[in-house]
Design a protein around this ligand. Structure first.
Ligand SMILES: Cc1cc2nc3c(=O)[nH]c(=O)nc-3n(C[C@H](O)[C@H](O)[C@H](O)COP(=O)(O)O)c2cc1C
Length: 193
């Protein structure tokens, strides 16, 4: 049993890290193995749109991407988290999501696709952090992660939006959102223990 969290921030002591740790904590307490991965620690090239993955679940670009996919393949639960950079996810997260084009297939028409993790029983939580006080200023950060998760076939259990977080670590003052994160983490842990 394992739950992994993918973090799109490069701030190792940042708000997204704390948010993801809070989401992972109930699982860790229940004895489930957890791991947080910083996408910025991996070499992930941009998707070239070559369609080389159109008939397989594998991306043809040889870099660290496959290592992360192997972790997703073996995980029972996945948490995607990113800070908002200009109304959306960070470039590290976006490059990763683009490469995950290899996790969907279009067997009949371009309007219908299947996700690699459909019927796998894998569950998911999405999380986003931003500095401003209105959710609109978060732009597509959270909706993008949530739509993506469903597209690749994960069951989305919950989503957490942390507003008003600017300085690294300032999320610690936001007790309401950390409580919400713990509740989301409880859903993950309950589903998997
Ligand atoms: C390049 C850049 C762009 C940002 N764009 C936004 C934005 O559009 N809206 C917002 O509310 N905050 C924005 N922020 C603030 C971050 O989302 C905020 O500081 C967040 O807490 C960073 O998370 P981290 O500590 O996990 O890295 C931006 C920060 C940077 C560095």
């Amino acid at each position: 049993m394992k739950i992994i969290a993918l973090n799109g921030s490069r701030r190792k002591k940042g708000n997204t890290r704390i948010l993801l740790e809070t989401i992972l904590k109930p699982a860790a307490t229940a004895g489930i193995e957890t791991e947080q991965i910083f996408l910025g620690d991996y070499r992930i090239e941009a998707c070239t749109g070559c369609e080389g993955c159109s008939k397989s679940w594998d991306c043809v670009i040889k870099d660290d991407f496959a290592e992360i996919i192997a972790k997703l393949d073996h995980a029972d639960g996945i948490v995607f988290g990113s800070p908002t950079y200009w109304y959306t996810v960070t470039s590290d997260m976006k490059r990763f999501l683009d490469r995950c084009y290899s996790l969907i297939q279009f067997p009949k028409t371009r309007q219908q696709w299947i996700g690699k993790y459909q019927n796998s029983g894998k569950v998911c939580v999405t999380a986003a952090v931003c500095e401003q006080h209105e959710e609109a200023m978060m732009g597509t950060t959270l909706t993008l992660l949530s739509d993506f998760s469903r597209d690749i076939g994960l069951e989305l259990l919950d989503s957490v939006a942390a507003l008003r977080c600017f300085e690294a670590g300032s999320i610690k003052q936001e007790s309401a959102v950390l409580q919400q994160a713990e509740l989301a983490g409880n859903k993950l842990a309950r589903q998997k223990s």
